[in-house]
Write a protein that binds this ligand. Structure first.
Ligand code: NAP
Length: 301
């Protein structure tokens, strides 16, 4: 099928693929078009099951049209959900919340727990809040600036949000914050790393869990020293990294739950949309604070 792409998703992992270093993903080959999440429609088809105008999502080269080979069992997407909710970031949160448990252990968030998420108003953080609230948790966000924090509490359903920009380092952040957040947390969904992870470590309860989803503060090469790693020992914390693409088996379940949350208005993610591929943000966008408000997309038509 030939697919006309309507939207291209820009995600922080793309910045990591621009480094030629050890990683779970192959570096982006020089001279090739960058791959990204796309949604669009079939404009030509030589496949009996996929007619023109079928909605189509794929990992595809970030250009306006692309030939695509339908997988054996592909479900055509009929309905529209905001890309922020059901694309890679949303499913990443879902995978972590549901699956990353070792046999015999259950680390899923439980009703009444205080859970913390950094980069709270981004694509990942906003869906995290909706999923955690649906499970009865108290959800505290960390975000940059009063506008983002207001959006977190007034629109995304966070119980509280800490504006990290009014703090210089980890220590005073959770202790002296005027934000009504400093109840100790039992679970953290970490997206940033660096001193923000330190700030969280200082407020973790014994036997707390930290899901390491991203460390965006270091994607441009900045070192990410931890000032209080001993707290992992002192508080017997469990820290575990995960990669969403290694949990494909829960994607259908994740799509269903995230779609339901969007449909019921409990998840109202924002999208920052750049018009046209030539207008896409610079490669460093992924690591620049506040350059995007919510999911960053490029509209291609
Ligand atoms: P996003 O919507 O683009 O949000 C990124 C936000 O991070 C920015 O708006 C900014 O918000 C914050 N930020 C950027 N640079 C920062 C810095 N140097 N220090 C502190 N905060 C910074 O991104 P996303 O899709 O939600 O992704 C969030 C994280 O999840 C990233 O680390 C990404 O790599 C990770 N991720 C991991 C997986 C996985 O499988 N493990 C899957 C998807 C995403 P503020 O203005 O509030 O600082």
């Amino acid at each position: 099928v030939l697919v006309r792409h309507h939207y291209l998703s820009l995600d922080p992992y793309m910045r990591g693929r621009m480094n030629d270093g050890k990683s779970y993903a192959q570096p982006q080959p020089l001279g090739e078009v960058m791959i990204g999440g796309t949604v669009g429609e079939v404009v030509e088809s030589a496949h009996p099951r996929f007619r023109r105008a079928t909605r189509w999502w794929a990992w595809a080269a970030g250009r306006n049209t692309a030939w695509s080979m339908p997988p054996a069992r592909r479900a055509a997407q009929g309905r529209h959900h905001p890309c922020a909710a059901v694309a890679l970031p949303g499913r990443g949160r879902h995978a972590r919340r549901h699956r990353l448990v070792r046999p015999g252990q259950d680390h899923r968030p439980k009703a009444g727990e205080t859970v913390v998420v950094s980069a709270a108003t981004g694509a990942v953080g906003s869906a995290f809040a909706a999923l955690a609230k649906a499970r009865g948790c108290r959800v505290v966000g960390i975000a940059g600036g009063p506008d983002k924090c207001r959006y977190a509490t007034e629109e995304l359903g966070f119980d509280a949000c800490i504006d990290y920009k009014v703090h210089k380092d980890a220590k005073p952040c959770p202790r002296r914050s005027r934000t009504p957040a400093p109840r100790a947390s039992t679970a953290t969904f970490e997206n940033v790393g660096g001193w923000m992870l330190d700030a969280v470590l200082l407020r973790m309860n014994a036997f707390g869990r930290i899901a390491l989803c991203g460390m965006i503060a270091g994607y441009d090469g900045a070192p990410l020293p931890l000032a209080y790693p001993a707290l992992i020992l002192v508080n017997r914390l469990k820290v575990e990294g995960f990669i969403v693409s290694e949990h494909m088996e829960v994607w259908p379940e994740a799509l269903k739950e995230l779609g339901t949350l969007v449909g019921s208005g409990k998840l109202r993610p924002r999208e920052s949309i750049a018009q046209g591929i030539e207008a896409r943000p610079r490669p460093s966008w992924a690591c620049s604070r506040a350059s995007n408000f919510g999911k960053q997309l490029v509209k291609l038509i």
